[in-house]
Design a protein around this ligand. Sequence first.
Ligand code: COA
Length: 165
Amino acid sequence: MKVKRVIYPGTFDPITNGHLDILNRALTLFQNVEVLVCENPSKSPLFTLEERKRLIEESMKGIARIKVSVYRGLLVDAVKKGEKAIFIRGLRVVSDFEYELQMAIMNRKLNPDIETVFLMPNEQYIFLSSSMVRDIVKFKGDISRFIPRVVRLALKEKFKDGVKP
Ligand code: COA
């Protein structure tokens, strides 16, 4: 059975150049990639799902082979039963591995038609994360080379009145 959908799921709060690096690598392997902006129940995001979606679309402007959607629910339920799909996940450091392995195996148990493909970002992004970006911007640090311009502007706007307690 041929793979029908290639999905890059994540919280993307906000998207960083590290995520874009993974997405661009996925686009060298697959014809089309769907970015799925998910609601992770254990996180309290800074940006709404719609804001996160818009930031990804603007960061990837002009690339027709990607589609960005928002998703609320269990990740495996985003894929119809019997529909062969691939989840793309980024692997940065060894500490990612345990969580990612657990999730990949669980997703495969829940739906055997889903395979997870891991891609490694460029080494300059391996210690990058969205929460690190949020924290650095919150305290006025310079992280501009790790995020797209649209994200930098959106973060500036979020923190324009200073840091809320
Ligand atoms: N560059 C920069 N940062 C990266 C990265 C990269 N290439 N790859 C991962 N990260 C960071 C993210 O920025 C994020 O950082 P943060 O925690 O500081 O915000 C962290 O790694 C993990 O990110 P993410 O890929 O967004 O995963 P997640 O754990 O937040 O989300 C989902 C996992 C997609 C499954 C989530 O949507 C979810 O929990 N869904 C619902 C429940 C579900 O289906 N769970 C699975 C059960 S098996």
